[in-house]
Design a protein around this ligand. Structure first.
Ligand code: AVI
Length: 317
């Protein structure tokens, strides 16, 4: 099989460096969650998705499996299917035979995983045109290879919108209308508010995979940005902040120490944090309200019987 052409807009290490320097200079210190997803981080995330405590992935998969035909009936066949954060490409496979898209455009920041999963999809679905795009999908995308006369379905699985601040989430959804076009649709997954213990457990698994995923961001600083940092000097912390409606992930400094990046030194006292991720949870109505304010209507939502997770069909209003 000939290799697929990768449309490569991976952010430069200079722009990652700027974000890291700004984050480490902030109070409290922050690092952007997109840094999680280098090759090792993408593999750790795949393991998280299979953990017994991490309910979102298997619940989302069950919802998609159960309703794939109805999703296809509502969104129409022959579309250009764009997937934001396509990862290992597991979820889209549940939809492909039902949706029968003309073209599949997986978009992901982890180049190695994207290449492998796009090639596997192209091989397994030989009727499908596959155009992998390596990019940070928060930035404007150039997708001029998509024919104008093809309607678009944007698939944003994994409840990844929860990793945005609500105001950013709204702005991001507004921008996505440029990608769906007026005739297109957005299929988006959202993790729901529930018993806080259940949420806490999902981010504090007993096998320590989430901890390794969180700490891997420091390995990434070492390898990709040549930083001087000791990952063993930090521990993983994750908790559900009920007031804010979000899980917070932090790296807590075990002792007084410094991180040196690009010749700049950042000091951390013992117990000080680097905030690495927020994961917002929504009620169905709360999310529909956010979507409405971003210019969408919500013709359909699917949830599981325990109301853990939701998948929404949105159309530009
Ligand atoms: C990708 N994102 C939706 C995951 C989440 O649940 O917020 C990332 C993750 N972080 C820790 N575990 C999983």
């Amino acid at each position: 099989m000939s290799e697929l052409r990768l449309h490569d807009y991976h952010p430069s290490s200079a722009s990652l460096m700027q974000e890291v320097l700004a984050g480490l200079a902030a109070t409290p210190k922050v690092l952007p969650p997109k840094l999680f997803y280098d090759h090792r981080g993408a593999q750790l995330f795949e393991r998280i998705c299979e953990l017994p405590e991490y309910y979102p992935t298997r619940t989302e998969i069950a919802i998609l499996e159960r309703h794939a035909e109805e999703i296809a009936d509502l969104t129409g066949r022959g579309a250009c299917l764009l997937e934001l954060g396509s990862g290992a490409g597991v979820k889209v496979r549940l939809l492909l035979e039902h949706l029968r898209p003309k073209m599949y455009v997986p978009i992901d920041i982890s180049r190695t995983q994207l290449r492998a999963s796009a090639e596997a999809v192209a091989q397994d679905y030989d009727w499908l045109e596959v155009h992998p795009v390596c990019a940070d999908y928060c930035r404007p995308l150039r997708l001029d290879f998509i024919p104008d006369d093809t309607h678009r379905l944007v698939f944003f699985p994994g409840s990844t919108l929860g990793n945005f601040e609500p105001a950013e989430a709204r702005a991001f959804l507004e921008n996505l209308r440029g990608l769906t076009g007026d005739e297109g649709a957005l299929l988006i997954s959202i993790d729901l508010k529930k018993d806080p213990k259940r949420i806490d457990d999902a981010y504090n698994d007993s096998a320590g995979v989430t901890a390794a995923f969180n700490l891997n961001i420091l390995n990434r600083l070492q390898c990709d940005l040549d930083a001087e940092v000791d990952p063993d000097g930090f521990r993983h912390q994750a908790f559900y902040n009920r007031r804010a409606g979000r899980v917070e992930m932090h790296l807590i400094s075990r002792r007084p120490q410094t991180i040196v990046v690009d010749g700049r030194t950042f000091h951390l006292d013992e117990g000080k944090t680097i905030h690495t991720e927020n994961s917002y949870k929504y009620d169905v109505e709360e999310f529909q309200d956010l979507a409405r304010r971003a210019g969408y209507r919500s013709p359909r939502v699917w949830t599981d019987s325990d109301a853990l997770f939701s998948v929404h069909l949105l159309r530009p209003a």
